[in-house]
Design a protein around this ligand. Structure first.
Ligand code: ADP
Ligand code: MG
Length: 353
């Protein structure tokens, strides 16, 4: 019993049986990739974009190159990831031979321990060469909005190469505003360049059987109302559902009967120094706006503005924009906290009038 692993995975990409639902999305992605159609997945952070695309690619048995654009500081870094992930675990000699002769406008070195390609210099055509080279597989560009940070003209140059490739490209992004700007603004290089999937939460009715299955399978007993309590708190947010389940599983395994509410409070407490410092860095209007978002669905209603002691709609708008910019909140139909525990922390410390 002691050797049973906690089945609720947090902070890592989930796959196999540890992956819940997303049947329709998986089907759609597999179909579009079979059609060689580019796809774009947009959602706030931690909704499961990365897990979903890797799940769909594995189910479809497709070869792919995964690139996390947020890890690259410059063009060379981006190309380095593409090349290393393209060659995977092949032996070094094979890798060197494969690349030699294909890439002319690039200065590369090969490191031995661990085996890794290093991009030293990128000539004017180097970027295009590498993108073409790796696109014999499906290329997944995660946190794609970050390429703009690398260089403003990179999207345009990328678009120019990829429109001539046969295999599809997948773009994932967590900053909705920037992703929409890139893919849905008629003046943007990527306008109309693929099918857009706006990823939402996992419906609680789909999450519930997943939770009960994994408790049962690992021989850990749930108390009455546990799954309901978790899903009432998370509304099916993939990350926070796993997070809560993870800690509840530990409690239940130790025969601790703490309620879901108590487990939530414990987790809020554990993160409170982080919330304290985030909150103290906000100006007064931002703090008021955050308190309104914590309580109200319709933040612009007269009653919400009055209760929040905000003196003008304009100020509220400005404060919301800066909170979104700091990625504390996001707008998905209505404004909401990205971190559900931060919201709970706010609710606990700010009393309604
Ligand atoms: N379909 C899923 N089933 C179960 N848990 C999931 C699922 N999708 C995401 N998660 C949980 O959410 C976390 C964040 O997922 P991730 O794919 O990294 O999100 P994103 O790429 O949108 O930031 C994972 O570590 C996992 O705990
Ligand atoms: Mg991700």
């Amino acid at each position: 019993m002691d050797s049973v692993e906690n089945p609720f995975v947090i902070g890592k990409v989930v796959g196999g049986g540890k992956f819940a639902d997303r049947d329709n999305e998986t089907l759609l992605l597999k179909r579009e990739l079979d059609n060689n159609q580019n796809v774009i997945i947009i959602s706030p952070r931690r909704y499961g974009k990365t897990s979903l695309i890797l799940h769909a690619l594995q189910e479809a048995g497709k070869e792919y190159v995964y690139v996390d654009c947020s890890l690259a500081n410059d063009e060379a870094g981006l190309l380095e990831q593409m090349l290393n992930n393209f060659v995977g675990n092949q032996p070094l000699e094979k890798l060197a031979a494969a690349i030699r002769g294909c890439l002319k406008d690039l200065e590369l070195t090969i490191e031995v321990n661990p085996a890794k390609i290093k991009v030293k210099n990128v000539g004017s055509a180097g970027f295009e060469e590498v993108v073409k080279y790796v696109s014999s597989k499906i290329v997944v560009l995660d946190e794609f909005q970050e390429v703009v940070r690398i260089s403003e003209n990179l999207p345009k140059r990328l678009r120019a190469v990829i429109q001539h490739q046969r295999k599809p490209f997948v773009f994932l992004g967590s900053k909705r505003h920037m992703m929409r700007e890139l893919f849905q603004n008629p003046n943007s290089a990527f306008y109309n360049s693929g099918v857009v999937l706006n990823l939402g939460l996992i419906p609680p009715r789909e999450f519930q059987p997943f939770i009960t299955h994994w408790f049962k399978r690992t021989g850990v007993k749930l108390e009455d109302g546990d799954t309901q309590g978790i899903l009432d708190f998370t509304h099916g947010h993939p990350y926070y559902t796993q997070y809560l389940c993870h800690f509840l599983w530990e409690k239940r395994r130790a025969h601790d009967k703490a309620t879901v509410d108590q487990v939530v409070s414990f987790m809020v407490e554990a993160n409170s120094s982080f919330y304290e410092s985030a909150y103290s860095s906000l100006n007064p209007n931002q703090r008021k706006a955050l308190a309104i978002v914590a309580r109200e669905k319709n933040v612009f209603s007269k009653q919400a503005i009055k209760a929040g002691k905000m003196n003008a709609t304009q100020n509220l708008q400005k404060a919301l924009a800066s909170l979104a910019n700091k990625e504390i909140i996001d707008k998905n139909g209505h404004y909401h906290f990205n971190d559900l525990l931060f919201r709970k922390w706010m609710l606990d410390r700010t009393q309604p009038n």
